[in-house]
Ligand binder design. Structure first.
Ligand SMILES: [Zn+2]
Ligand SMILES: [Zn+2]
Length: 119
């Protein structure tokens, strides 16, 4: 897979409409990343690489994990601020439900993240 770093200006890590933080992200069919607002449901484009919570863009300090047997669902974690972001890959699924539903359907990923020390 092609690595895209710094191709686009750094996007905002919070909602353009209400200023809340993202609770989920998705990769679109074209491989772009968008973030989903936990409060108002707005989605906005964001850099593929980097932590939206603290602007950490050091690949050494960013990681991800996925639940066993669940291709297309990942948790991206940041070792700088110890936050995480559940991310769904639209390229893997035929259809993706509204992200507020996906967020509820993936609570087990929150558990794994919390157990690993991310919040
Ligand atoms: Zn919002
Ligand atoms: Zn961070």
């Amino acid at each position: 897979m092609k690595k895209i770093i710094d191709e686009k200006p750094w996007g905002l890590g919070y909602c353009l409409l209400c200023g809340s933080q993202p609770d989920m992200a998705r990769f679109t069919k074209t491989g772009k990343r968008s973030l989903h607002c936990e409060l108002c449901g707005q989605e906005w484009a964001f850099s593929r690489i980097g932590c939206p919570f603290c602007d950490n863009r050091d690949p050494e300090n960013l990681g991800y994990f996925e639940a066993e047997g669940e291709e297309g669902l990942r948790v991206y974690s940041c070792n700088s601020c110890h936050r995480y972001l559940k991310t769904i890959d639209s390229r893997v699924f035929e259809e993706v439900a509204p992200l507020e539903l996906e967020s509820l359907a993936t609570l087990h990923l929150d558990l794994i993240a919390n157990r690993s020390g991310y919040k």
